[in-house]
Design a protein around this ligand. Structure first.
Ligand code: NAD
Ligand code: LMR
Length: 325
């Protein structure tokens, strides 16, 4: 039997946390042969609700769940953790942009970055889900100078999965037969869902759909999907967000399939003309527990403008929290 992996989830009694904890505990993220210790973090007023989550987790008698720690102390939650899913943060309501949450949530990621720096496993993999995810991830990274900066990532996988779903519906081909789709940039309405390299059953996606559908329907639908869910449900996406978080960490740890890539928000390294200093959605492949940004993709003028526009927004967000980084 493998030794248990410590997985921290913040905001574990919230909507996403509630969906996430059970799937991780049942082995859907790290595998059916990998025991996990769940470290659940909440704010003090939510500890009662968190106790209920803990009771339900125990009641599932999952073979892969080894131990649960439930706490309101980040240093206990992050102690020796190998993976940290930073979900706990305020969600937006109708009419808000995700960057409107910046000041409300930024402090959380500064405190948690410091706690990770102090007590987490030195190779901890961090996924920030709480919005605005890219900039929150940057804040956590900058407050954890002793950890590997590459290991601070942000979730654009939900956007990636949404793009697959839209294209699958349009082309009447199952999403498993779609390859090489990218979400560039910010998890926000400036993100750029790029189909220029996408293959549907081996054929270029843009040869199967009209350019007007791509530019005027597909891109805005993916960019605005979070707002559409809030309008329909009265609350922001939760089960699909948890599912995307599982996909992100699973692929990072276990690798991406040959001939495909996924989208992850990772520290920019100059690739595709995006200078270091932001957490940016890129196409990545994963192998041996690490990720690499896919290199050498052609970008036409249509794409270039969109990559730069979403980068500009990330710089504005970064300026808004300069005291914390
Ligand atoms: P929620 O309000 O249901 O749950 C958030 C939980 O976090 C609450 O239980 C709250 O008590 C807890 N929390 C707040 N501050 C905390 C702290 N300092 N430490 C630990 N826990 C804390 O919200 P939700 O629907 O679960 O969404 C959580 C976040 O995820 C929001 O910011 C939302 O916008 C974001 N989100 C991101 C994506 C993405 O694709 N990146 C998708 C969906 C939602
Ligand atoms: C989403 O994309 O569903 C989340 O980021 C929630 C939101 O505010 O849109």
């Amino acid at each position: 039997m493998k030794s248990p992996v410590n997985v921290a989830i913040t905001g574990a009694a919230g909507q996403i946390g509630y969906a996430l904890a059970f799937r991780i505990a049942s082995g859907q993220m790290l595998g059916a042969d990998q025991p996990v210790n769940l470290h659940l973090l909440e704010i003090t007023p939510a500890l009662g609700a968190l106790q209920g989550v803990l009771m339900e987790l125990n009641d599932c008698a999952f073979p892969t769940l080894n131990k649960i720690v439930a706490t309101d102390d980040a240093k206990i939650a992050f102690k020796d953790c190998h993976a940290a899913l930073l979900v706990g943060a305020r969600p937006r309501g109708p009419g808000m942009e995700r960057k409107d949450l910046l000041l409300a949530n930024a402090q959380i990621f500064s405190v948690q970055g410091k706690a990770l720096d102090e007590v987490a496993d030195r190779n901890v993999r961090v996924l920030v889900v709480g919005n605005p995810a890219n900039t929150n991830s940057l804040i956590a990274q900058r407050n954890a100078p002793n950890l590997n900066p590459r290991n601070f990532t942000a979730m654009v996988r939900l956007d990636h999965n949404r793009a697959l779903a839209q294209l699958a519906e349009k082309t009447a081909v199952h999403s498993t037969r779609i390859r090489k789709t990218t979400i560039w940039g910010n998890h926000s309405s400036t993100q750029y869902p790029d189909l220029h390299h996408t293959l549907v059953d081996g054929k270029p996606a843009l040869s199967l759909v009209e350019q007007s559908w791509y530019a005027d329907t597909f891109i805005p639908v993916v960019q605005q999907r979070g707002a559409a869910i809030i309008k329909a449900r009265g609350q922001s996406s939760a089960a699909s967000a948890a599912s995307a978080a599982i996909d992100h960490v699973r692929d990072w740890v276990n690798g991406t399939p040959e001939g495909d890539w996924v989208s992850m928000g990772v520290p920019s390294d100059g690739s595709y003309g995006i200078p270091e200093g932001v957490i940016y959605g890129y196409p990545v492949t994963c192998k041996n527990g690490d990720y690499q940004i896919v290199q050498g993709l052609d970008l036409n003028e249509f794409s270039r403008q969109r990559l730069d526009a979403t980068h500009k927004e990330l710089l504005e967000e970064r300026d808004g929290v300069k005291d914390l980084i």
